[in-house]
Design a protein around this ligand. Structure first.
Ligand SMILES: C[S@@+](CC[C@H](N)C(=O)[O-])C[C@H]1O[C@@H](n2cnc3c(N)ncnc32)[C@H](O)[C@@H]1O
Length: 516
């Protein structure tokens, strides 16, 4: 259970509001290249069927909610008498007091999201900033990998808990989204359904009962053929003993025990067939790795029926083991991020996809906040955005756009759409049409020579049935003009690198011809 309320509290009394302030993985640096994302950050969220007064707020409001201005408990107490009543001193609460922590969650959900939520005393109390960070990252992931006209978004929350917090937040931040929420715990399910109904979200959030031996990724039960994403905060411990030992080791007050029931925090299932691929020290097989390993095993069968499978992880070791598993299964399209809360508490989120559309670097590799991932650079997903060419400010920047357009128009791409106002073009191809093998094949065709077998063999097909897609963007800045290339679609990194090399060489040739 990756939950900072229960596990990583450093001090029991919040003397400084940073104790609970979240720093979501996303920062303004996320919006560097991708226009779709840029639009997302600027476009007000459309009005919703939700009763929430806050639902007409733009996405940027939620993205920055707990980043720019840290949580100000004094202001919250001024706004909300119920929160003021649990403050021990102005602007302070005692984190050992479950009632105070619950009230903090209830008050933030009401003030910042217009949500009215009731939390049972004997179930997990979700910290809002952490849960919001994950929802924001999923929103950005979905936006960054929407290729074509926007399609309806339906998400699945596996193990929604008594709060139903992920679907409630996801549907408030994204007023067109729908969610399916699952759980096995009768008490949590009753409470989750009540929270959905209380917020008049029954039309958009469907809560379904699962059994411990049923599948985790309940697509067939979701009234939809395909899901856009799944998300999950898995049970953290492998056994009740491990949970008890952890509480003793941290010398925590029995607080975690009274807010998180064993059904929420313990998963003792085996990590299925995954242990065959990477031998994990049995001590490391916590509940979360087994739970997410099971999701991974199911995803290998379901494949594209879910566009993005995602999960939050409480241990970096779990992330490392699971990424290793993904790669062992040939899953190359994945994304990781770190969620940083206060100065110490970290969680990681892993997402993977069988689809060809690749997220931006900022979404897939944790952006500038990829704390904790520095030592694991080799496990990060492929870099999908590079600067291929630049000219200083003094050079003839105006000709760069037409040069890019001319070079790419000269290739036999499946499609190439250049917009000379935004200085951005999108291209697709089924094979490497810039390489020597392609040129030789063409020359032979022109000569009527049909013995092309050698060249055809050498001609790198992008992949059967899929394409290589890219976006070329020109940015004109104070320092100069830069040409960026983003890998948008496909599974073949070598083709992307080869294409960037080709574009760089051609642009160099083109500018040197001009200046000669
Ligand atoms: C750590 S809690 C997360 C609760 C909530 N999503 C949150 O983040 O606060 C894990 C949840 O998974 C649920 N769970 C455990 N096994 C499950 C299964 N096989 N299918 C669906 N949910 C399950 C538990 O009942 C619990 O509510």
């Amino acid at each position: 259970m990756a939950d900072d309320t229960c596990n990583d509290r450093r001090s029991s009394v919040a003397t400084d509001v940073t104790d609970v302030a979240a720093t979501p993985a996303s920062t303004s640096s996320l919006y560097v290249v991708d226009d779709q994302q840029r639009r997302l950050s600027q476009t007000p969220v459309p009005s919703s069927s939700s009763p929430s007064a806050s639902s007409s707020r733009p996405f940027a409001f939620y993205r920055d909610l707990y980043t720019k201005d840290r949580l100000d408990f004094r202001a919250l107490a001024r706004d909300d008498p119920a929160f003021a009543s649990v403050c021990t001193r102005p602007g302070q609460i005692d984190f050992r007091d479950p009632a105070a922590v619950r009230q903090l969650t209830v008050s933030l959900l009401r003030r910042d999201f217009g949500l009215t939520v009731t939390l049972p005393h004997d179930r997990l109390c979700p910290p809002v900033p952490n849960r919001l960070s994950y929802v924001i990252w999923v929103t950005e992931l979905v936006a960054a990998t929407e290729n074509g006209p926007p399609s309806p978004v339906v998400g699945l929350d596996i193990g929604t808990g008594a709060s139903c917090i992920y679907p409630l937040l996801a549907c408030t931040v994204n007023p067109s989204w729908q969610c399916v929420a699952t759980d096995i715990d009768a008490e949590s399910l009753t409470s989750a359904r009540a929270n959905v109904e209380r917020n008049l979200l029954k039309e958009r959030i469907k809560v379904i009962t699962r059994s411990p031996d049923g599948s985790l990724v309940a697509v067939d039960e979701s009234d939809t053929d395909k899901l856009t994403f799944s998300m999950c905060n898995p049970p953290f411990y492998a056994s009740a003993d491990e949970m008890a030992a952890s509480a003793t080791a941290k010398q925590q007050p029995p607080y975690s025990a009274c807010t998180g029931a064993p059904v929420e925090m313990v998963y003792s299932g085996a990590p299925l067939s995954l242990e065959k691929i990477v031998k994990i020290d049995s001590e490391d097989i916590g509940g979360e790795i087994a739970f997410v390993g099971r999701i991974l095993a199911e995803s290998l069968k379901l494949r594209n029926r879910v566009r993005w499978y995602t999960a939050m992880l409480g241990k970096l070791a779990s992330l490392v083991a699971l990424v290793t598993q993904l790669r062992a299964h040939g899953i190359d399209n994945y994304a990781v991020t770190a969620l940083v809360h206060g100065s110490k508490t970290r969680r990681w989120v892993l997402g993977w996809s069988f689809g060809p559309v690749r997220p931006t670097v900022a979404v897939a590799r944790g952006g500038s906040d990829a704390v904790g991932l520095e030592s694991y650079r080799h496990l990060l997903p492929a870099i999908t955005e590079v600067e291929v060419f630049s000219v200083p400010r003094t050079s003839d920047a105006v000709s760069v756009g037409p040069a890019v357009d001319t070079i790419l128009r000269g290739l036999e791409l499946t499609s190439w759409d250049w917009d000379d106002k935004t200085l951005q073009g999108v291209g697709r191809t089924r094979e490497n049409v810039w390489g020597r093998a392609w040129r030789r094949k063409k020359q032979r065709e022109e000569r009527g020579d049909v013995s092309q077998e050698q060249d055809i063999k050498r001609l790198k097909k992008v992949e059967d049935g899929t394409v290589f897609g890219f976006v070329v963007t020109i940015r004109v800045g104070v320092a100069g003009t830069v040409v960026h290339c983003r890998w948008l679609e496909g599974h073949n990194e070598a083709i992307y690198q080869s294409f960037c090399g080709f574009l760089k060489t051609k642009l160099k040739e083109s500018t040197s011809t001009k200046s000669a």
